[in-house]
Every structure is written in C-alpha cells, then in structure tokens.
Design a protein around this ligand. Sequence first.
Ligand code: ZN
Length: 168
Amino acid sequence: MKIWVNLILAFSVFSANAQHRQHLAHTHGAGKMSIAFDGLNGRIEFEVAAESILGFEYAPKTNSDKKVVAQAIKSFQKDFDQMLQFDSALGCVLSPDKVEQKMEGKTSSHSNFVATYNVQCKKPLINSRVKFNFSRHEHLNDLDVTILIDAFQKTIEITNKESVIDLK
Ligand SMILES: [Zn+2]
C-alpha cells in the first residue's frame, strides 16, 4: 500500500519542517494538512487546534457547545471540497473518513479538530492546481501543507485565506 507509505512520509516531512521552524505541535490558529496520492487514490489528513474551528477546546458541555461541534463536523464532512478544491476536470471525489474533536490528553484542556478523507480522482493531479479556501475559518491563520503525489513532493505554508498551489 504505497499510499500509506506516502502518508507516513508526508508526516515525517512535515515534522522535519516543523522542527526546523520550531513550531509547537499544538498552536492556536495553526494546523497541518497532508495530501498523499498513490496514482489516482489519495488520502488527506487535516489537523488544527480546535480553537481555530470551534472557538473553544474543552469537551463540549452545554447544548450550545455540542451544537457548535456538531455543526463543525457536518461542515467538514459536507463542505471540505470547498476548502480544498482540486481542478474540477480531474473528477476528484472526496469521501470523509473520521471528523472529530480530539482531546490532547486526559488532563489537557487543549484539543484538536481532526478530519481525514479518502479521495478518488479520474485523472492524475500532476501539473494541475489545487485551491485552498479557509475564508469561513477566520481564526485559522497558518496551515502547513505537505503534498506527496507518487514521486512528487511539495511542502508549503499557507497563511492566506485563499491560496493556489501548482502541483509541479
Ligand atoms: Zn489549545
């Protein structure tokens, strides 16, 4: 399963870069994304400090907290293809896998918002462009993205709400 190897590589590339820049693992307003493809099959992992998405990081207590979490999960399940847009000519379909608020640890008051997807495209991604649009998440200011498509590799830091990355 080459795709899993790619995904693991994507995360180690990310860690090396993160270490280099001395980013903390959990930074409010920041997160990371890895996009790993083996041919036409891809896997996306997205993880950000939950505060950037939910406005809080504790485990939801009140009904309104629970509603915020449920809405965020629904949005990442249904609308992630608006935040991450592959060229429509490639016919890529994103299927959400796990989307959840994940506590940092039993005693920690911090949590992350994690979303994973499987992607199936009809045409290869190389030489296309991918668009990122996080305008609906005003508190998400820094996303470290690692892209691995077969032998192609790119690491990029996104600090704009809307960005376009050339896959070449
Ligand atoms: Zn936190």
